[in-house]
Design a protein around this ligand. Sequence first.
Ligand code: DQA
Length: 144
Amino acid sequence: MSKPVYVLGGPNLNLLGSREPEIYGRDTLEDIHQRLRTLAGSTPLELRQTNHEGMLVDWLHEAQAQGARAVLLNAAAYTHTSIALLDAIKAITVPVIEVHLSDPKTREAFRHLSYVGMAAAATVEGLGPQSYLVALEKVARGEV
Ligand code: DQA
């Protein structure tokens, strides 16, 4: 069995579909996960979402312990606040791709800083759900 790819989502992403659809679209997180499953084929995926910062830290550690191939991380608002996530990404050797539905760099100034991006192997943002698929393709092509 090939190494798993972890797809981790942070706070409020459980409300995708109804949450600010003019920014994030109408797809639910489950819709996005289903598209990822289809694209992944036989590559095992760990598809998870939490509203809790420390849980994301624990899952990054788990990805390392499980020998994951890569992590796709949409840390949502913790992207812009969490030194704990920055440290966790630096503490593991599994490549982490930062993913966002929107393009935070074109939004409010407080979203321009990304602690996740300081340690991520790559960033894919601003493509809606397609950001996740492009990130998974980067993994499949061995770009990270
Ligand atoms: C987001 C962008 C973040 O700034 C925001 O806090 C989110 C979602 C995105 O996917 O576009 O919750 O990560």
